[in-house]
Write a protein that binds this ligand. Structure first.
Ligand SMILES: N/C(=N\O)NCCC[NH3+]
Ligand SMILES: [Mn+2]
Ligand SMILES: [Mn+2]
Length: 314
């Protein structure tokens, strides 16, 4: 596996300070060394620098629209470069509004994508349905062809074009979805595996059906967008919008092991780790370690273990 890592220390898609520190915490927990240790070729492209944008007044309900638009324009260019260099891209957030740039940059390189959105939340409110104006609850609405008419002209978003079809999106982990979002999911016929389906089917069947859906026509490169709040707060409490009844650590790892073995993983986002939302150091460690372990499983780590092909018992 050739892996390119980009850090996006950005928090203005929401209101809680601290999420901008997620990327460096995941690095400090040894992500690069651990991926190299399991045989990956890893290039760390560092962190993006996001210039402050003064007078970034709300537009309608949208909060920090210019900062979010500009940050994602920069991120899209960085992801495109990482893909052009032949890597699988790892984007370390930062809040989930960054999926706008990550998926846009990925689509600029690989045109048709399957998007697997692992999250307690649907993140598909439009600028007109959003209850809070926080753009980390809206990223998918900017990316989907079928919702293009619902997105107004926004300063610093002129670079953005929709790049994903509703049929190419699958959700796993949903348990906190707004009524407007639910209407959009049903109206567009988007494939969802909420926590009810995870309980009913079990994670193995969920992954089997997820892959059947993604591969039903042509096999496209996979963009995995993983919001750490998809996991149960008992595993990953240090996040901005925790929701009870989430994925176990084992279910999260199973998802990433399964996606890895498809051989189609082309980019992965790991977002919403927020150290300031952890009550104790242990809560922060549990959250960060889960993020690291999920990424290791994206790139070949398997729980049964492994050995070098030429290993011989001494
Ligand atoms: N973590 C969040 N999205 O994944 N929060 C924003 C959406 C809440 N409805
Ligand atoms: Mn979420
Ligand atoms: Mn999210």
């Amino acid at each position: 596996h050739c892996v390119g890592i980009i850090g996006a220390p950005f928090s203005k898609g929401q209101q809680r300070d601290g999420v901008q520190r997620g990327a460096d915490l995941i690095r400090a927990a040894g992500l690069v060394q651990k991926l190299k240790g399991q045989g990956c070729v890893v290039k760390d492209y560092g962190n993006l620098t996001f210039e402050d944008i003064p007078n970034d007044e709300p537009i309608g309900r949208l909060k920090s629209p210019r900062a979010v638009g500009r940050a994602n324009e920069l991120l899209a260019g960085a992801v495109l470069k990482i893909k052009s260099d032949g890597n699988t891209c790892v984007m370390l957030g930062g809040d989930h509004s960054l999926a706008i740039g990550s998926i846009s940059g990925h689509a600029a390189s690989r045109h048709e994508l399957s998007v697997l959105w692992v999250d307690a939340h649907a993140d598909i409110n439009t600028p007109l349905t959003t209850p809070t104006g926080n753009i980390h609850g809206q990223p998918l609405s900017y990316l989907i062809h079928e919702l293009h008419s619902k997105i107004p002209i926004i300063p610093h978003f002129s670079w953005l074009k929709p790049c994903v079809a509703a049929k190419d999106i699958v959700y796993i982990g949903l348990r906190d979805v707004d009524p407007e979002e639910h209407y959009i999911l049903k109206h567009l016929g988007i494939k969802t595996f909420s926590m009810t389906e995870v309980d009913r089917l079990g994670i193995a069947k969920v992954m089997e059906q997820t892959c059947d859906h993604m591969f039903s026509k042509v096999k496209k490169p996979i963009h995995l967008s993983f919001d750490i709040d998809a996991l149960d707060p008992s595993v990953s409490p240090a996040t901005g919008t925790p929701a009870a009844g989430g994925l176990t650590y084992r279910e999260g790892i199973y998802i990433t092991e399964h996606i890895c073995q498809t051989g189609l993983l082309s980019a992965v986002d790991m977002v919403e780790v927020n150290p300031k939302q952890g009550k104790t150091e242990d809560e922060i460690k549990s959250t960060v370690n889960a993020a690291v372990d999920l990424l290791r499983s994206c790139f070949g780590r398997v729980r049964e273990g492994s050995h070098e092909p030429d290993y011989q018992i001494p």
